[in-house]
Ligand binder design. Structure first.
Ligand code: PMP
Ligand code: GLN
Length: 381
């Protein structure tokens, strides 16, 4: 009996690898993206309440009606886009599975999917599992999309453009100009857009989150993907949602029902109560993370790292070329050993990283105490 790997060249994800090493070496872990603080006590109480009151069997495949209602209400309040709570939203087991199901619903063997490097680690393996063709375009040196290059990359086989805004790891966000250029490219073609927006509420300096799904020109060809894990500091709950037009959602649900079918019921009701009780929660979330971003940026400005712009997400990139000539993986391994801070090499998010790039990612979803400790350590190099 021989096991023939579908992924002979893939091991553990960089996030798991760095977290394991960080634990082993007792470093401060600013690598993998998860908060080191708790979510809201009310949210936890409601979760316990629903478990104690019988919500322990399958939720409806499309998600708890109350959560779908409140998600669409808040979406309309924030973005002015009316979304139908029955037909246009599905609650899922987080963004990772949503991305796979969205791709599965759209990509047939040989179809091309354009994504942008540095890109989230699951995109290309997902496309390859579907026998699609992953066409990866590097973002520019300041982590923007080169739309001329996109235009040149589009062929008659292009089925999906896969976007991520706010961007992990770059922290850049799509602008109106980006959406206009995207529309220009797709308007007379049968190209769909999957937009990974798990950090949609973590956006800074008064900027507004822009999504192709909230742009009426592209609404009917877009699938927007979000995650409650990021917005409520509960990445371990693995609950998220997907928005799209009814027609696309029908196709999404056909796949999702056979991949996960549904997700953990009680957290869905708890999240609905939390969103109902706190109508301005998402606005306060942006302020909460902006403070952390500024704290880390200020701290890093007293080290030899050069901080790069960060408009959204809970990740900060920093250039280390004043500290070392080493390539990113080696530099990150050194940092874990001494001074004992774990980060992520962004070269792992590329098919072909720019040769001279000396950039690593810090996660600032951490208490100020932990960020301050990390900064003190980084000041020593
Ligand atoms: N997309 C991006 C850009 C992410 O950063 C993450 C996770 N950190 C995900 C998707 C996956 O989210 P989830 O945990 O809800 O599956
Ligand atoms: N998305 C998280 C990050 O970018 C990690 C999630 C994971 O470990 N798969 O760090």
């Amino acid at each position: 009996m021989e096991v023939i790997s579908r992924f002979p060249n893939i091991g553990q994800t960089i996030f798991s690898k760095i977290s394991a090493l960080s634990n082993q070496k007792k470093a401060i872990n600013l690598g993998q993206g998860f908060p080191n603080f708790e979510g809201d006590e009310f949210l936890y109480q409601r979760l316990k309440y629903y478990i104690d009151h019988g919500q322990n069997q399958y939720a409806p495949m499309t998600g708890m009606p109350k959560l779908r209602e409140i998600v669409t209400l808040r979406h309309q309040e924030i973005y002015g886009n009316a979304v139908h709570p029955q037909d246009e939203v599905t609650i899922t087991a987080g963004a990772t599975v949503s991305i796979f199901c969205a791709l599965s619903a759209l990509v047939s063997p040989g179809d091309e999917v354009i994504s942008f490097d540095p890109s989230y680690d699951s995109y290309t393996p997902n496309i390859e599992l579907l026998s699609g063709v992953s066409k990866r375009i590097n973002l520019t040196a300041d982590f923007q999309i080169d739309w001329d290059l996109v235009k040149k990359t589009v062929t008659s086989k292009t089925k999906v453009i896969l976007l991520n805004t706010p961007h992990n790891p770059a922290g850049s966000v799509l602008t109106q100009d980006d959406l206009d250029k995207l529309w220009d490219i797709v308007k007379d073609k049968n190209i769909f857009i999957i937009s990974d927006e798990v950090y949609q509420h973590i956006i800074f300096d008064g900027k507004k989150h822009l999504s192709p799904f909230n742009d009426e020109r592209m609404r009917n060809r877009s699938i927007a993907i979000s995650s409650f894990g990021k917005s409520f500091h509960v990445t371990g709950w693995k609950v998220g949602y997907v928005l799209s037009s009814k027609e696309l959602m029908t196709e999404f649900r056909k796949v999702y029902q056979f991949i996960s079918f549904t997700t953990f019921a009680a957290p869905q009701s708890a999240l609905a109560d939390m969103m109902e009780k706190n109508p301005n929660y998402f606005q306060s979330l942006a302020k909460f993370y902006q403070q952390k971003r500024d704290f880390l940026r200020d701290g890093l400005s007293h080290t030899k790292f050069k901080v790069l712009p960060c408009e959204g997400s809970f990740f900060q990139l920093a250039d280390y070329s004043e500290i070392s000539d080493k390539e990113q993986n080696d530099f990150v391994m050194d940092l874990i050993d001494s001074p004992g801070v774990a980060t992520i090499p962004i070269s792992g998010f590329y098919q072909s990283a720019p040769k001279s790039q000396k950039v690593i990612r810090f996660c600032f979803a951490k208490t100020e105490e932990v960020l301050a400790q990390a900064i003190e350590r980084l000041k020593t190099i």
